[in-house]
Every structure is written in C-alpha cells, then in structure tokens.
Design a protein around this ligand. Sequence first.
Ligand code: TYD
Ligand code: MG
Length: 453
Amino acid sequence: MAKVKTSFFCQNCGTQFAKWQGQCTSCKEWNTLVEEVIQKEDKPSWKTSQATTQRTSKPQKVSEISTAADLRMDTRNQELNRVLGGGLVPGSLTLLGGEPGIGKSTLMLQVALKLPHKTLYVSGEESAQQIKMRAERIAPKAEHCYILTETKTQNIFRHIADLEPDTVIIDSIQTLQTDYIESTAGSISQIRECTAELIKFAKETNTPVVLIGHITKDGHIAGPKILEHMVDTVLQFEGDRNHVYRILRAHKNRFGSTNELGIYEMQGEGLREVSNPSEVLISKNDEDLSGTAIAATLEGMRPLMIELQALVSTAVYGTPQRSATGYNAKRLNMLLAVLEKRAGFKLGAKDVFLNITGGISVDDPAIDLAVVAAVLSSNIDVAIDKTLCFAAEIGLAGEVRPVTRIEQRILEAEKLGFRAIVISKYAKVPKHSFSIQIIKVAKVHDVVQHLFG
Ligand code: TYD
Ligand code: MG
C-alpha cells in the first residue's frame, strides 16, 4: 500500500510546512497550522501519465497560434460582460467571491439560465428543488441549463463527459472534494487540488468555468491565496445586504482591465442590471433639503453621481459623535478639522453624521468637496441648489485640489442635466466647450462664499 502523505497547512495563507509549528512563518499568524492528508495513494507521476494519456497539446509557433480561441462568450448580462472585459474567455477560470447572502448564487444561476447554449450548474450547497424554486422566479423558461447536485469532482467530470456542456458553473469551490486527497471539503489542500483539476479540464476542453467562492470574515476568499493566483479572473461581489444595490468588480483579470465595475439591484425576481446608476442613486424629491450635496465620482472607469447627506447637530452628550456610512470616518474628521481651522466654522461641539445614499461606499477623494458642502449646508440649515454638483479633493491647507478624469465627471454631470459643477481652479479642463457651467474654486473659503454668500 502506498504511504499516506500528510503535510501541515496554514489555514490563513496556505503555506505548506513539513512539521507542525506554533506560528506560521509566512503570515505570522498563530495556531493556524492544520495537518492534512495530501495524497491517499501514489498519484501517477508526470512521466507515467504522459505515457497513458494521449497528448492534447504540442509546442506551437507564436505566429501559428490562432487567436480565434480568444473570442469572448457573451454572458447575456451586460454588467458582467463589462467587468469581464467583454465576456467569458473560453478555457478560462473565473472565481466569484463575496459574503454569504450577497447574491453570488443568484447572479450565476441567472447567467446560467439565460445563456443560449448548454450550461451545467453544479451545486454543492442547495438541493435541485431549491434551485428550481429560485430559477422559476428568475427565468421560468430556461432551455439549456442543467443542474447537478454533486460535490465529488470525479463524478462531476463523469457527468460533464456525458453532457458536454459549453459552460460550467461550480457553486461553490469550498464544497468540492476530490478522491485523490483525503482531507475534508473546504480544506486548503482540497480547494487547491479541485481547482487544479478544473483548470486542467477548462484548458483541455476550452470550456469556461466559473467558481463561486466564500469569503472569510476579513474579506478574503476562503482558502489559500494561491487560489487567486491559479485562476484567470477574480471577481468580487460587494454591497450592503440591507440595501438593494450590489457592485461587481474585478480584482484580477488576465484578459482585461480591473477598472470596470458592474452595478445590480436585488429584486424579487433576481438581480436587475443597473445600466444607468447615476439616475437611481440620486433621489428625486423636489423639496430643497439642507445637508444634501451631489458628488461626481468615479467607480472604476465609470462616472457615477452620488448623493451625500450630512446631519450636523449640537452634541447632547459631552463628546460629540462623528459617524460616516459609506465614507472613511477618519477622512471626515480631517475635513471637519480643515473647516474649523481654515474656514472658521466651529464644529467642535457638534455631532456630525454623514451618509452616502444607496448603501454604496466610496473611497474616491473627489467627493471631499461634496462632503464639505453637505456638512456646511446642514450646519447653517440652508439647502444647496439641486442643480449643482461637486468634484474636487480638499487638502489640509483648505485648498481645493484637482482630481483625475475631470472631463469624464463633467460630461456625466452634463448628461444628467446639472446646471453647474464646482471643481478646482487648478483642474485641467479640456478646451472644448461644455453646456454645463464650470465653477472654479481655489479654497474652501471660496466655496462657502459661492454657496452661501
Ligand atoms: P444568494 O444568491 O443565495 O447568496 P449567496 O450565494 O451569495 O450566498 O442570495 C441570497 C439573498 O438574495 C437572499 O437573502 C434572498 C435574496 N434574493 C432576492 O432578494 N431575490 C431573488 O430573486 C433571489 C433569488 C434572492
Ligand atoms: Mg450561494
């Protein structure tokens, strides 16, 4: 009988060790090493497997490789296509990560149901009946989607050989198990081996495979970091579970840019693609409310108009509270200090709350100016003209600084019918004329003057 090989794996970073030790020398975490059986029996070595399996690829001249294989598969989901850089690449492995309940299964099932060719959706998490119930709500008349509830990769491959699907979706990689490894499903060596088998399958048959992966508490995809290195594309599905908007981003993409972003809205019958996000993120009430300002931000490469709300009130308790939702609280404190020192506003004894509507979070510094405007507006209880928007960063000296891609931001504001946009005096605005008025300011003080006279 073959010797059973075991090894120790750090459950945090995936580093392999021959012996147990208290601290992982790679990621410095304590007590994360777990013994895992890595090989039940001798796997055929590279040489013997070469003799038994037929050769599937051979060296080719670069000039002779046809690029037809790079044709993208349209997923029939424009937001997903955009994030992938045009669609699924045949033979590629895509990993979709996200917190539990965010909608990963819903998104991929929706894609599987709408694809115009044979798609196999393998689920190790839900029963076929559960999936069917969900599918009926999303697309009751799907013709080409097959559901398989199975977790053993060898069985999955057997079914794939019979069915010959054009796309395979695995929900989730943490539930898969291969016969060659004895450790439990979801362990690092299982995840790594199952992924390796799927990569082999994808590359040899030129079938795109999408893996769904869970993420851990600290926001990483559960399993070894190398999983992210193994796959071609890593997508992340984010959002606030209590809000309807979800954002899909690419963290890694071998076939396209990682700057693109997709926006979805969770509805009763699945995820709706939001192709014009600016319009949904700005509330449409006609009243003039103080404490509201609109920022022209960029999410990835996409201009996005968002609404900020601030509430400034006298602190009832000793220490004033500062809280920000969707925005960096430290940055809010910094802006408040700038306002105090450079514009003479006494906010030290006030509670300040800031909220980005729609449950999205933004780390684009270009929204600084809108934050300041919203805070000031709430402080003196005077509404800001609703046809005005902002795009500039604020420096510690109270200077209004230019931001990247200002032209795109101006164009988006213009497209949505804003009357004017407030930007930095030093921003390089292209020569051609815009129909929107451009207001240039140099200091926080100028903004105050302009807004509230
Ligand atoms: P799910 O796709 O199961 O999340 P994940 O696979 O990332 O864990 O999504 C679960 C949530 O989505 C659940 O709370 C219900 C909600 N949902 C809807 O609001 N509408 C729908 O049509 C579907 C299918 C789910
Ligand atoms: Mg799921």
